[in-house]
Write a protein that binds this ligand. Sequence first.
Ligand code: 6LW
Length: 497
Amino acid sequence: MSNVNNPIIKGFNPDPSICRVGNIYYLVTSTFEFFPGITIYKSCNLINWDIIGHCLTDDRLTLNNCRPSGGLYAPTIRYHDGYFFITCTNVTDKGNFVLYSNSITGPWNGPFWVEQGGIDPSLFFDDDGKCYLASSCDWEGKTSILQCEIDPYTGRQLSKSRLLSTGTGGKYPEAPHMYKIHNRYYLMLAEGGTEYGHMVTIQRSDNPWGPFEKCPHNPILSHRGRNAQYSPFQCVGHADIIEDPDGNWWMVSLGVRTLPGVLLHNLGRETFLSRLVWTDDQWPKINDEGLLTETITAEGETKNDSIDFSDDFTDKSFSNEYLFLRNPRKENYIRENGRLLLKGAGSISENSSPTIACIRQKDFEAHCRVNLEIPDGESNFTGGISAYYCSDQHYDLYLENEGSDTYLVFTRTIYDVVKSDRFPVYEKKTALYIDSDRDYYYFSAGNGDNKKMLGKARVYGLCTEVSSSMTFTGVMISLFCEKGTVGFRDFRINYDL
Ligand code: 6LW
């Protein structure tokens, strides 16, 4: 036996949904304005997860001019009758859709758009062959859960959408998942909103349309209460459950790790794991108090995955760790002979498709380094590294050329507060660094032993809670080019753990 730590999937990985095929688990998370869409993870033990790809990798995913945290919300994954099914919402396109494939690596059929609106669509396959889709919708002016019967291979609605549940009393009943367990229908929801009142509740019925009996110890998971006042994890909710091949049950949920002493988070909503047990009267229980634990006991010599990252740009294509913004223009990203060339496509403060390659920041104490080199003869360029939360909130260090002058520029953007410091340089080759802790992002440049800090900026400016619209993502360590062409070599992110 060994102890492993929560979260099990670090960095921006919200709304986890899970299924199992034999001994293998698959889990999907939301990607919003990032591309490709819907990250797919695979695991043999629920602890160690590899990204094996994304569901939407071509122009079937449209994210044109998508605002921060528009795009793809909360997918659900299910396996039924030899097929994987994913249902999800593109809030900046036609809403809810279904994808299916006989292989987790695709190709995926769809999207098949579904008439029933709202967010957080989820599929439930009943034993009698019927398939239901539930989603979180506006109903008489408040959020409720609606359900309809659908054909999962076409998305066609086979029954009227009807009210399934108004929840158990929390605001924003969301993330519905129906399960048939112990010969009953269990309806699990997230309630309280995705912020600090978030919780997971459950109800059950003998009929997939209810009426539902509420679990006597709801919420079955939440950190909104006094007993979680000092937990490093907050905002816990939006869960899915799975039985392992030995008959043990597990829950995956989202949660955030807050900065010390404040209700702010910059790493995004991450994926956590909990053991679930059934009480004698067949209600699920998460630990004793319905709280996440910091460690989970795992079989054998299991360890958490390393979260360090490196790319020497010798592989022809980007690894699955990379995300890009909206619908990226492929011709602006060239990987050749150990170098990444980025061609500028406008400002990363615009909600367009700027040239930017993003890696999730997975822990607070990060050390990122990349060698920047400007191709010979190139002038009129802007490119470098960014701690990027969204188009309104990012801190950047980059080389910029104007006529015969080249500058290193450190820019902090928080909405319309934009501050730049310029440092004249003569070299068009330099290492750029971002180091971070729970207070600051520190930006440095320099070759060899001459690493010199040029500026720092508060972590708080890149937090979800600072956004003007609802945002749901986390900080990305990114390489970008706004103008001209810039080259990068040897990109690394290491963590103090
Ligand atoms: C998602 C909703 C939620 O659709 O946040 O935390 C929204 N839960 O269920 C975006 O992820």
